[in-house]
Design a protein around this ligand. Structure first.
Ligand SMILES: Nc1ncnc2c1ncn2[C@@H]1O[C@H](COP(=O)(O)OP(=O)(O)O)[C@@H](O)[C@H]1O
Ligand SMILES: [Mg+2]
Length: 318
């Protein structure tokens, strides 16, 4: 419990206001969003901020409820929450919300669009190709294995799989492309998996994830004990600084605000490659961004207040 947090002058603007925590939603990441939303609501209540949950699925009450809040804390993940669609609607209604503006969400959510932006920003990212219903066999067969296949608009590792050799995975690739229309394939980077969080302008310590499975898949992400987390990552200080700088370049370059998390692979020669950026990272108390914040003395409650304060300061700028 940290009720004293609200008496800190930096959070003065947050006294006596009502927060609508938007969570749940329509995407495949709904269960995770419900967990994030619950953690945020509880944390805000613990510090004496009035907060109530809102679910976009309740179409009838949604538009009334969002008007009852002074600020909306968006704890949605995936389509409809992280892709800028909701943000755009809120911007048009001139409602205040946490995190990034719609344009930045759209740039970071689609993995092909974001990889193009990484290229323009000089941010290293693994080689890739896009499969569609027509070209998939030719392109996937020619692409040097091993590689990862992933949906362009996924999250939580859903739909992500490793292709060790084309023949062995041809059927899986075919089914994925037919279902999704398009699929990203990306060179597998062999090395360590890291993630770098940003909180406002603060570069949080780099975290290493060590899954006990072949990669950081859904099971490894959400089953207790399946992944070891090193906070901060045990990597040379110079490498950590470089990764933080790359993550910040992505954050600034895409126009992200409030918070974000950049997923990175580090190859055996300590060369970093950015996989993706999450404009609304997981917000359960066990999620990666909160872990990184805690390592520099920022409690989960304070993290939520900082994100809200940033939203407040963005008034009129979105
Ligand atoms: N190019 C790659 N090289 C090595 N591992 C990868 C690569 N792409 C994805 N992965 C693995 O798959 C996981 C999910 O991929 P990611 O691009 O972060 O998608 P999501 O949006 O679902 O989190 C990563 O955390 C990592 O473990
Ligand atoms: Mg990821």
């Amino acid at each position: 419990m940290q009720p004293e947090l609200l008496s800190n002058p930096k959070f003065e603007s947050l006294r006596r206001i009502k927060i609508g925590v938007v969570r749940g939603g329509f995407s495949a990441e709904r269960p995770i969003s419900l967990r994030s939303g619950r953690a945020v609501t509880r944390a805000l209540k613990r510090v004496g901020v009035s907060a109530f949950p809102i679910d976009p699925v309740d179409r009838k009450t949604f538009s009334q409820k969002i008007r009852k809040a002074d600020i909306l804390f968006i704890a949605l993940h995936g389509k409809g929450g992280e892709d800028g669609v909701l943000q755009k609607a809120l911007e048009q209604k001139r409602l205040l919300f946490t995190g990034s503006p719609s344009s930045a969400c759209a740039k970071s959510f689609d993995k092909e669009v974001s990889k193009r932006h990484f290229g323009k920003l000089g941010v290293p990212t693994p080689e890739y190709a896009i499969l569609d219903k027509k070209n998939w066999r030719k392109v996937a067969e020619a692409f040097p294995a091993p590689y990862f296949a992933k949906p362009l608009d996924g999250g939580s590792s859903q739909g992500v799989f490793l292709v060790e050799d084309f023949q062995g995975s041809a059927e899986k690739l075919r089914r994925s492309v037919l279902r999704l229309g398009r699929l990203l394939i990306e060179k597998k980077i062999v090395g360590r998996e890291l993630t770098a969080g940003l909180l406002g302008n603060l570069r949080l310590p780099v975290v290493e994830v060590k899954p006990s499975r072949s990669f950081y898949d859904y099971k490894a992400k959400y089953t207790k004990g399946m992944t070891i987390y090193e906070v901060p990552a045990r990597i040379p200080a110079k490498v950590a600084k470089k990764i933080q700088a790359i993550a910040y370049r992505v954050y600034r370059g895409l126009g992200l605000k409030g918070f974000s998390r950049v997923d990175v692979m580090l190859d055996r020669k300590n060369r970093p490659y950015v996989l993706e950026v999450n404009s609304i990272p997981g917000l359960t108390e066990f999620s990666l961004l909160p872990k990184a914040a805690r390592a520099v003395g920022i409690s989960f409650e304070e993290l939520c207040l900082r994100v809200l304060r940033d939203a407040f300061e963005q008034t009129g700028k979105k």
